[in-house]
Design a protein around this ligand. Structure first.
Ligand code: ATP
Length: 341
């Protein structure tokens, strides 16, 4: 997968991303339902002068979970403490974080599904009663000492909501499921970001980037940066032509497919007659890890209707055949498919 289309952030783009983050719910583009629900929750909490319910943000990477956690803290006018599941490997790690929280503080735990089990159990009590039991001493002499915590709001983020144990999931008063963005919404993300970085981009140029961003604001902002650099170096304006030229340079096609996506699709059509074929066979045929194909390539090809998953393996749809410029052998046997995102 080319770096341009990875939904995950790279360390080098954190500063750029930070500069583009919307600071309020009003500035946050799209996700209308989640914005309304969250707005109501925060408004009610401030009217009751109470900390809001704990919030779980679920959805694929790059859709705005970290941004929303910052917005929650900003709207509540409270500090934000950020950590992540992998950083909490022992109950003691969590106890240290929780005991340092100030009243009303927002605690953001990214990838909360990756937290240690022992810490999860401590978190149940902390979420419910703002208390933890600290074990003091070892062996037979060990005793548990209750510790009162300041009331806080936990904002948990996960790309794998299904992996959260039920007792943890049940302790969130509100769960927001973030959806992939439509092209109009992505155009608004790009237009806003272009304004912030002071880059003049035509309406069509904006639409070209939006259409290649795989429903993901992080990718939209990254492609914008590539186009801005291209225009700077080639001393050209941000129009459709320069967007196309810049993104062709990075192997991003008009639907947001990259080299690996196209290779997989081409292998499916040309080497396996459109399928059905098993994932591992497909992975070997393009010389890539099955994991990468399953977690990154396949979901996007399925979502855009280029392939489907059947019990017997992956099958190219009519759209998939057309995308690689090939004719399907017998139309009646090929799934129709349809672009969705
Ligand atoms: N709704 C939105 N409006 C405008 N920009 C957005 C929106 N959502 C995300 N972005 C931008 O996309 C980038 C990635 O967002 P963010 O870091 O919040 O994603 P995430 O879901 O937390 O990703 P991960 O799961 O990898 O942590 C940021 O630069 C952010 O400003």
């Amino acid at each position: 997968m080319t770096e341009e289309l990875s939904p995950r952030a790279s360390a080098s783009e954190q500063g750029y991303e930070g500069a583009l983050r919307p600071g309020t719910l009003g500035e946050f583009v799209g996700q209308a339902k989640v914005r309304k629900q969250l707005g109501l929750l925060l408004d009610a909490a401030s009217r009751r002068q109470h900390t809001p319910d704990h919030i779980l943000l679920a959805g694929p990477p790059g859709l705005g979970k970290t941004t929303l956690s910052m917005i929650v803290a900003a709207e509540l006018d409270k500090p934000l403490h950020q950590t992540s599941g992998p950083a909490i490997q022992h109950a003691g790690d969590l106890a240290a974080v929780l005991s340092a929280l100030t009243p009303g503080e927002v605690l953001f735990v990214d990838e909360i599904h990756r937290m240690a089990r022992s810490a999860e159990e401590m978190l149940y009590l902390a979420m419910e009663d703002f208390k933890v039991d600290i074990m003091v001493g070892k062996g037979a002499g060990a005793t548990s000492v209750p510790l009162e915590l300041s009331p806080f709001t936990l904002v948990g983020a996960t790309t794998r909501a299904g992996l959260l144990p039920n007792p943890l999931r049940d302790r969130f008063g509100f769960t927001a499921h973030l959806e992939f963005y439509g092209e109009d919404e992505l155009a608004r993300v790009v237009s806003r970001a272009a304004g912030l970085i002071g880059f003049a981009l035509s309406e069509q140029g904006i639409a070209e980037i939006a259409g290649r961003s795989r429903g993901t604001p992080r990718i939209a902002n990254r492609l914008l940066r590539r186009v801005r650099d291209y225009c700077l170096v080639h001393e050209t304006v941000g129009d459709t032509e320069s967007v196309r030229a810049a993104l062709a340079l990075y192997d991003v096609d008009e639907h947001g497919l990259d080299r690996l996506d196209r290779e997989v699709l081409r292998a499916l059509v040309e080497r396996f007659g459109g399928g059905p074929v098993g994932l591992s066979t497909l992975a070997v045929s393009v010389g890539e890890e099955a994991e990468t194909i399953e977690s990154v390539v396949e979901p996007f090809l399925v979502r855009t209707g280029l392939i489907t998953r059947t019990p017997r393996g992956r099958v190219a749809t009519r759209l998939g055949w057309a995308h690689v410029g090939a004719e399907p052998p017998e139309i009646s046997q090929i799934p129709g498919g349809g672009r969705t995102g």
